[in-house]
Design a binder for this molecule. Structure first.
Ligand code: IVH
Length: 671
């Protein structure tokens, strides 16, 4: 391929890949399967590697995250980014219309565009000659932070505007909201919990925290989304209506909200409001109201703004799902790993139809940070499917009788010593036989996703432990109907059902069993990772910390936790007993085919689709082995991206060289 041809192909690939990004991330209508996309992507990356002179910061390959920054540069917005005035009732909306009429000296209603109000982070994207140049946060409305690198990692943001019948202006500032969808927020928090990291309290904080990362590679791993809804400065186009703005944005390939709607009458407006409010919990994103914007741009201009809010728009907020109540007490609760969680016991309040009387305060640091005291009047929020949260203290209701909360020095359940580990925010009861911990561990063992023992919930687990028939998870399997039938409120039928359910769980999947063990920091995801890497539970138990740490996704803390678990005598005894009851199967174990028996592999350069660890594992599963240096004894050298001198040596020795694709075909990989 000559230079000219290479340049042409690079440009073409970038265009094609961007088109597929748009189909997938903006229009939600992919046209090609993932592996086809990956193939195009790899071809582009290879070409860019060979021809660095064609580097472009807007190339799809640059979306993985550039180098970390020391700090963000400041960006002054050409046109200030305003905020919105709020309305909380139909009355307040009517007053807004009256104010507007008075200001313009006219009567009647307006054409409005209704848009769901997204709960994320306001941003501005600047495009010059159709190419993405700079992106910034709203900041205080006048000056924001330059988060260009981070915005590039959001695949819903096109690096080039497409024409599609609408001319692209020389320079344009486009505004919108970076959000994290609810399911991505929940997944992120689950992952953080597994890793022992602090949790984000809502999708907005998660979006803001992810976008304002100095290391763009972190942002790239977070699933952020964007919706565009306004234009700041623009050279060359006069928009007649707001709807016109939205249509242009859409035609240029930017993501707009499909629920935006043009509304003509007061009934339209309130109808739209209740429609969105009703679907609120079912929307994929957090939404706290509806924004109504007067459609006519000339009316907007005539109205202008007052104290940083436009006179031509209003945010009509949904009924708050918060309530004010009092903290009667704060009680530390012991979890399955011994961690003490402070829980606020509240004077019961009704929020959006649910009676709330407890709320987790997460940990002591959080209590201190929010300065929450026993006796405080607090604001409690209950969002969609999220657990109730104390969001703040009403400080001017303090009487002086409030008491700060301190973690006890002894466990409230078993009286053992409480310890705080270096560098952790958590306090822990160190007695692993603490009844509270035992109950929680057994309950965790039985939940869905773990051993899934139907009917054996918190209540019966508690009773079994208190009455002494169950001491740890292994003793569940030794239970007969006769052991539990005489327990109060049990009865013959229920006892039979519970025993059946327990027996049924003896056939289990290895990954679910690992999760069921309740090893600190090992959630469903890590459990699956372990099942992929090891054949059975004994193999995991035998693995060294170093071996565990080399597995992708497992850091030093998790490795240590897994190792400690299997190193503890009590756990070894329980595991031995469990082994005699359970029949575990590993769905991730691909049968060792032995087709590479005796073959030796060396890897050089970066692999695109799988990790080095996984590649080595695939070799081993097929009966082969890997080594670090090239010699005559080596059968294959797998050359990835930017291979080193090993490749030259392999060539000199006449060893068979494989590309990544060829390698994957050879091992018959399913990833
Ligand atoms: S329009 C002058 N439209 O809400 C108009 N804002 O409380 C200002 N927001 O800073 C922006 N969804 O970050 C607009 N559909 C929407 C919105 C929206 C969410 C945010 C935006 C703004 C804040 C104002």
């Amino acid at each position: 391929m000559d230079l000219h041809e290479a340049e042409r192909r690079v440009r073409e690939l970038r265009r094609v890949i961007e088109r597929h990004n748009r189909l997938y991330y903006v229009l939600d209508a992919p046209e090609i399967p993932d592996d086809e996309y990956d193939r195009l992507f790899r071809e582009l990356r290879d070409l860019e590697g060979r021809y660095p002179q064609f580097f472009d910061p807007n190339s799809p390959t640059q979306r993985v995250g550039a180098r970390p920054l020391d700090r963000f540069d400041q960006i002054k917005h050409g046109v200030p980014m305003l905020s919105l005035d709020n309305a909380f009732s139909h009355d307040e909306f009517d007053q807004f219309v009256e104010r507007t009429n008075r200001f313009l000296g006219r009567e009647g209603f307006y054409d409005f565009v209704g848009e769901p109000k997204l709960d994320g982070l306001g941003v501005e994207l600047v495009y010059e000659d159709g190419a993405f140049r700079v992106g910034s946060t709203r900041g205080d409305g006048y000056v924001g932070e330059d988060v260009t690198q981070n915005l590039r990692t959001i695949k819903g943001i096109p690096m080039y505007l497409i024409g599609d019948g609408y001319p692209v202006p020389k320079r344009i500032e486009i505004r919108g909201e970076v959000i994290m969808n609810k399911k991505d927020f929940l997944a992120l928090n689950t992952q953080r919990e597994e890793r022992g990291e602090s949790l984000f309290s809502n999708p907005r904080n998660a979006a803001a925290g992810s976008l304002r990362q100095l290391d763009p590679r972190v942002t790239a791993q977070r699933r952020l989304d964007i919706v565009l809804y306004a234009v700041g400065g623009c050279e060359g186009i006069e928009f007649e209506t707001h709807l016109d703005v939205l249509e242009h944005l859409k035609a240029w390939g930017l993501k707009t909200n499909p629920r935006n709607r043009l509304l003509h009458t007061r009934d339209d407006v309130f109808g739209y409001f209740s429609e969105i409010e009703k679907m609120r919990d079912g929307l994929p994103y957090e939404c706290d109201g509806v924004v109504f914007k007067i459609n006519s741009m000339s009316t907007q201009r005539a109205l202008g703004e007052v104290s940083r809010t436009p006179r031509w728009a209003i945010a009509y907020k949904f009924k708050p799902r918060t309530a004010v109540t009092r903290i009667i007490d704060i009680a530390p609760q012991v979890g399955r790993t011994g961690i003490l969680t402070p829980v606020a016991l509240l004077e019961p309040v009704n929020i959006g139809g649910a009676r709330i009387q407890r709320s987790t305060l997460h940990n002591q640091d959080e209590v201190d940070r929010k300065d929450i005291r026993i006796g405080d009047t607090v604001v409690v929020e209950r969002a969609g499917d999220v657990i109730p949260e104390v969001v703040g203290v009403v400080k001017d209701r303090r009487t002086g009788s409030e008491r700060p909360f301190r973690m006890p020095e002894r466990c409230p359940v078993c009286g053992s010593k409480i310890e705080k580990l270096e560098g952790e925010v958590f306090y822990r009861c160190i007695n692993i036989s603490c009844p509270a911990q035992v109950k929680e561990r057994i309950r965790h063992f039985t939940i869905r996703g773990a051993m899934d023992i139907e009917g054996l919930g918190e209540k019966w687990v508690g009773t079994f432990v208190d009455s002494g028939v169950v001491k740890d998870v292994s003793s569940l399997y030794g239970l007969g109907k006769e052991d539990i039938v005489s327990i109060e409120r049990m009865g013959d039928v229920l006892a039979g059902k519970l025993i059946d359910a327990i027996q049924k769980s003896r056939d289990a999947r290895l990954d679910r069993f690992i999760f069921a063990l309740g090893i600190p920091h090992v959630g469903e995801h890590i459990a699956r990772t372990l099942a992929m890497r090891f054949r059975d539970i004994d193999d995991i138990g035998r693995a060294s910390k170093e071996e565990l740490r080399r597995i992708e996704g497992i850091g030093p803390q998790i490795a240590e936790s897994i190792h400690d678990f299997f190193d503890t005598r009590e756990n070894q005894i329980i595991l031995r007993r469990l082994r005699s009851y359970l029949k575990l199967t590993n769905p991730y174990e691909t049968a060792a085919s032995g087709r590479l028996m005796g073959k030796r592999f060396v890897f050089t350069g970066g692999l695109a689709t799988i990790s080095r660890d996984r590649a080595k594992q695939l070799v081993e599963r097929n009966g082969g082995s890997t080594t670090e240096s090239v010699s005559k004894k080596v059968d294959y050298v797998v050359a990835g991206d930017q291979p080193g001198s090993k490749l030259d040596k392999a060539r000199a020795l006449g060893i068979k060289i494989l590309t990544e694709d060829e390698f994957l075909r050879l091992v018959g990989d399913e990833t």
